[in-house]
Design a protein around this ligand. Structure first.
Ligand SMILES: NC(=O)c1ccc[n+]([C@@H]2O[C@H](COP(=O)([O-])OP(=O)(O)OC[C@H]3O[C@@H](n4cnc5c(N)ncnc54)[C@H](OP(=O)(O)O)[C@@H]3O)[C@@H](O)[C@H]2O)c1
Length: 306
C-alpha cells in the first residue's frame, strides 16, 4: 500500500481525492489528508488528518519526517486568479515558495511529488494545447504556476505536473463554488450575470481530475499531464448549457467581451487541452459536460438530505 499525502484536502479537488480514496475498494493508499484549519470533509475516520499550512516550511518538514509518504499530491494553492493579481506576494508564497520547499524535502526523502497546475500557463493564442507546448502566462497566477513548473522540471525527485482547466463539482458542505454553481444560484435568484463571450475552456469534472491524480500516484506516472474535460466551450456557451440543464431564465445573462468585464487579471483567450497522453498512459476517460451536470444533480440531492 502506498502512503499518500494530500495538501489542501479541504478544497474542491482535495475533497474529491478524499472521497475517491475512502471509496476505493482495492485500498491502494494509506492516506494522510492535510489542509489549513479544521477538516471540512464529513467523514473523519479511516485516515489521518493534519492541520497544515504549506507556507509554514518548518511544519511541513516535521510533517514529512513524521509520516514519510511515498507520494504527495499538492492541491493547496491560491487559486483565485484575480486575488493573485491583487496580492502577488501572497500568491508567490503559496504557489511558488511553498512548492520550492516541498520539492527540496521530496528530494531529500525520494518522495514522488505531484503538483497541480493550470491552463493559465498558456497565453490562449493557440489552444488546445499539448503537454510540450511552450508556456507564456499572461497574469500573476499563471506566471507563478509556470515558475513552480520550472522548479519541478529541475527537481531530482520523481515529479509530475498535472495541468487542469476550470474545475467544477460540489462538495458535501457546499463550501466551494465554481462556474456552474455560480450561474445556477445567480439565475435562480433572478440576479443578472455578466458572462464572457470571447474566452474558450474545456471544463473539468472534479471527480475525473481526482481519479487521474490517483492513477498518476499509483503508476508513478512522471512528467507533464493535461487533464480536462473533452468539450470545448466559450464561457457563454457553457453557461447556456447550464441554463438549459436547469431550465433557468436566460434573460438575466449579459454577454460581455473580456475587455468589457474589466477583471483584475487578464485571461487567455482560448485554452483547452489535447488529451491523447492522458488517454494512452492513464486510461483517462472524462465525462462529457452534460454527464458531469447529471452527477452534480445526484450529489446535490444527496448532500441536501444529509
Ligand atoms: N479550480 C479550478 O478551476 C482550477 C483550474 C486550474 C488549476 N487549478 C489548480 O488545481 C488545484 C486545486 O484547485 P481547487 O479547485 O481544489 O482549489 P480550492 O478549492 O481553492 O482548494 C485549494 C485548497 O488549498 C487550501 N489552501 C490554500 N492555501 C493554503 C496553505 N497555505 N496551506 C494549506 N492549504 C491551503 C485552501 O484552503 P481554504 O479552504 O482554507 O481556503 C483550499 O482548501 C490548485 O493548484 C489550482 O491552482 C484549479
Amino acid at each position: 500500500m502506498k502512503k499518500l499525502l494530500v495538501t489542501g484536502s479541504n478544497g474542491l479537488l482535495g475533497q474529491k481525492l478524499t472521497a475517491a480514496i475512502l471509496n476505493d475498494d482495492s485500498h491502494r493508499f494509506d492516506y494522510i489528508a492535510s489542509s489549513r484549519g479544521v477538516n471540512r470533509y464529513p467523514i473523519k475516520t479511516g485516515y489521518v488528518y493534519v492541520d497544515l499550512d504549506i507556507t509554514d516550511h518548518k511544519q511541513v518538514k516535521e510533517m514529512l519526517k513524521r509520516y514519510q509518504p511515498d507520494v504527495i499530491i499538492n492541491t493547496a494553492a491560491m487559486a483565485n486568479v484575480d486575488a493573485c493579481e491583487r496580492d502577488p506576494e501572497g500568491s508567490y508564497q503559496v504557489n511558488v515558495a511553498a512548492v520550492a520547499n516541498l520539492i527540496a524535502l521530496c528530494e531529500d526523502q525520494a518522495i514522488h511529488f505531484v503538483n497541480l497546475s493550470t491552463d493559465f500557463v498558456f497565453d490562449g493564442e493557440e489552444g488546445p494545447y499539448a503537454e510540450n507546448d511552450l508556456p507564456n502566462p499572461l497574469n500573476v497566477y499563471g506566471k507563478h504556476k509556470a515558475e513552480a513548473e520550472r522548479l519541478l522540471q529541475a527537481a531530482v525527485c520523481p515529479w509530475t505536473i498535472v495541468r487542469t482547466i476550470l474545475v467544477y463539482g460540489i462538495v458535501p458542505d457546499l463550501s466551494r463554488s465554481n462556474i456552474v454553481l455560480w450561474a445556477k444560484e445567480a439565475l435562480e435568484s433572478g440576479r443578472e450575470i455578466k458572462v464572457v463571450k470571447d474566452q474558450w475552456r474545456m471544463p473539468t469534472l472534479a471527480e475525473d481530475l481526482a481519479k487521474a491524480c490517483l492513477t498518476i500516484a499509483e503508476r508513478r506516472a512522471e512528467g507533464i499531464y493535461h487533464i480536462s474535460g473533452k468539450d470545448l466551450f466559450s464561457i457563454c456557451e457553457l453557461v447556456e448549457v447550464v441554463v438549459e440543464h436547469y431550465r433557468l431564465d436566460a434573460s438575466f445573462i449579459c454577454k460581455e467581451s473580456s475587455v468589457g468585464l474589466k477583471q483584475d487579471a487578464v485571461r487567455p483567450k482560448r485554452t483547452g487541452f489535447i488529451l491523447e497522453k492522458a488517454y494512452s498512459k492513464l486510461d483517462y476517460v472524462p465525462h462529457s459536460f452534460g454527464e458531469g451536470l447529471k452527477l452534480m444533480d445526484e450529489q446535490l440531492a444527496q448532500f441536501k438530505k444529509t
